[in-house]
Design a protein around this ligand. Structure first.
Ligand code: UGA
Length: 436
């Protein structure tokens, strides 16, 4: 099948490479020339396992190319819209300017019978409005939300949990659904659930999924607040809750909370859209979810202040992690970096290390100190703060080894990912988040 993927950010670059790996003929379009040049050389513009190899294979096979001109999208049977929908500056709603610009640019190149498949996360109602603009060209708009996680993006695109396709009513919708079934043939043959819905439901599935995941994380972090006050251990609590298959252990990881380019902005945009629909009260709890999440960062900073008896000025603090989660170099709304910036703001001499995100973090926060080498960051530290649970810190850092490098054995575990007993046994003053 011939496909275009419009927008080659996280979602689009991975989608284009993954579709080419399934045997489709794919052109990725983006206005960012530097990015297109990198992708055309088969280089991943961000850290994502397996993406580089898929890009190189696709380009070598001749099935994958990247261009800056929308005219190169002409002739594709399916045009995937994969542009970003960031938070509006000064507001909570989604900024749809890139979606609108992409559709404007695509319109002159559409043929009757083309399918335009939206993948970007958009407020419900966007697809219906776009459909009205596309109809005169004889093309059909469908909504096919993406559920990929950074760090697992290739896997999630090729072997998703489910495929959701929102289509218009009637024959035209049925034909579009069949075409998308063909596009995702290997997953469909592997009996991946393929759900055909109306446009609005498909848009809502994505927003609701992220709202649920954020709520689950904030739920356990709210329990961490209670555990702290009651002298209980939230990590054990999560294990015990997770054995109930109705609840499940995933996304009950407590600590400094969620960040990244999706969950925080998506719950805000979801609530903003609900307000517009006159149903703000239905998702009023999302404001609490957001507030609980942001309080976690305050709590982590407070734990460091308490551990250092209120004396942060001139104290050297090793911050292990900058990315918003492991297996990513993404620092968008990273709770890890936020904690580092606040400690710096309180006068501490902060040294941040991260296996993948140092360059991005240094560009955004030049006021922080950085060390590429973990042990260099730990050397002479008055306190160690773990804020991204990379294996390099969680599994591979022994308390004895770290103890030999630091000035004082104080560790704040912002991801509740360390074996507290093992660290305490080596003389560390261990402080978790909602752990005894
Ligand atoms: C999230 C969703 O998981 C994807 O399904 C969705 O497609 C994507 O957003 C998107 O909208 O594009 P992602 O942002 O890559 O994916 O990250 P997650 O793995 O969900 O983690 C989000 C944040 O939650 C991270 O900061 C992570 O550290 C935190 N988290 C996650 C916790 O604090 N506790 C947990 O138990 C799990």
């Amino acid at each position: 099948m011939r496909m275009s993927v419009i927008g080659c950010g996280y979602l689009g670059a991975v989608h284009a490479a993954a579709m080419a790996s399934l045997g489709h003929d794919v052109v990725g379009i983006d206005v960012d020339e530097t990015r297109i040049a990198m992708l055309s050389r088969g280089e991943a513009p961000f850290f994502e396992p397996r993406l580089g190899e898929l890009l190189a294979e696709g380009i070598a096979s001749g099935r994958l190319r990247f261009r800056t001109e929308m005219a190169d999208a002409a002739g594709a049977d399916v045009h995937f819209l994969a542009v970003g929908t960031p938070q509006l500056p000064g507001g909570h709603a989604a900024d749809l300017r890139f979606v609108d610009a992409a559709v404007d640019a695509l319109l002159p190149h559409l043929r009757a019978g083309d399918i335009v498949a939206g993948k970007s996360t958009v407020p419900v109602g966007t697809a219906a409005a776009l459909a009205r603009r596309i109809e005169p060209a004889g093309a059909t708009l469908v909504w096919n939300p993406e559920f990929l996680r950074e760090g697992w993006a290739v896997h999630d695109t090729i072997s998703p949990d489910r495929i959701v396709v929102g289509v218009p009513d009637g024959e035209e919708g049925a034909r579009a659904a069949d075409l998308l079934r063909d596009a995702y043939r290997p997953a469909v043959e592997a009996e991946t659930p393929f759900l055909v819905t109306d446009l609005a439901t498909a848009e809502l599935v994505k927003g609701a999924a992220n709202a649920f995941l954020a709520t689950k994380i904030s739920f356990i972090n709210a329990m961490a607040e209670i555990a702290d006050a009651a002298g209980a251990d939230v990590a054990l609590l999560a294990d015990a809750l997770g054995h109930d298959t109705r609840i499940g252990r995933r996304y009950l990881g407590s600590g400094i909370g969620f960040g990244g380019g999706c969950l925080p902005k998506d719950i805000r945009a979801f609530a903003a859209r609900a307000e517009e629909l006159g149903r703000g009260e239905a998702v009023g709890f999302l404001r609490e979810v957001d507030a609980i999440n942001l309080r976690r960062r305050d709590r982590a900073v407070q734990l460091v202040i308490d551990a250092l008896d209120g004396q942060l000025f001139g104290r050297r603090i090793a911050v292990l992690g900058a990315a918003f989660k492991p297996f990513s170099d993404d620092i968008r709304d990273s709770p890890a970096l936020d904690v580092a910036v606040r400690l710096r703001g309180l006068g501490a001499d902060v040294v941040v290390t991260d296996p993948a995100a140092i360059d991005n973090a240094a560009a955004a926060h030049p006021q922080l100190g950085f060390a590429r080498d973990r042990d260099e960051a730990l050397r002479d530290a008055d306190a160690v703060v773990i804020v991204t649970e990379w294996d390099e810190y969680r599994r591979e850092l022994s308390p004895a080894h770290a103890g030999a490098l630091v000035r004082r054995r104080i560790v704040v575990d912002g991801r509740n990912c360390l074996d507290a007993a093992a660290w305490r046994a080596q003389g560390w003053n261990y402080r978790g988040m909602g752990r005894r």
